[in-house]
Design a protein around this ligand. Sequence first.
Ligand code: ATP
Ligand code: MG
Length: 190
Amino acid sequence: MLNVFTWIIHELSMEKDGLVIVYTGKGKGKTTAALGIALRATGYAKKTCMIQFIKGSWHYGEMYSSKRLEPEFEVVAIGKGFVGIIDDKSPKEEHERIAKEAIKISTEKIQSGKYDIVILDEINYAINLGLVKIEDVLNLIKSKPKELDLVLTGNYAKDEIIELADLVTEMREIKHPFQHGIKAKKGIDF
Ligand code: ATP
Ligand code: MG
């Protein structure tokens, strides 16, 4: 019986077209779900690049675990560039410069042919904060290599993005320890 399942899974995995996957919603688990894909894919020596929008000076476990999963898993932080902008309301030109750079790096990674999976982490927030233009992200999605799986995370996913996606999951908050004053936990939240 197990062999039949293995065979079916193998046959299914012959599917070559990449997916556009969106994790959105208020509930916790969007970035964690994307990291789960990276972990799973690494098991098959698939290459994943996670590009972190927004996330800046704070430390996240994935920054360190990616080092352990090298060379299959790579994390790039664009967020550091945006941090000053979000905090100090920097001039519009500075905002546009970093946004351009962010899209350039994402395009390079997506088009490089080096990766099986690219994760644009928190990109939905970057769009909503006006840091990144929705048109640029729609172009990124439309021009991705056919085989590449592209994952976009962050709440408030725009309808246009949902429209282009193959898989959209909305995390719904039922309970969160934060509501009871329990602070973010190492290894669970960051
Ligand atoms: P995670 O990275 O844990 O998968 P996420 O990607 O779904 O969370 P984000 O919007 O990126 O959520 O928020 C990042 C941080 O905020 C994480 O530390 C996460 O645990 C925390 N967080 C997520 N959802 C909630 C919530 N509903 N209430 C309070 N804190 C939250
Ligand atoms: Mg997240």
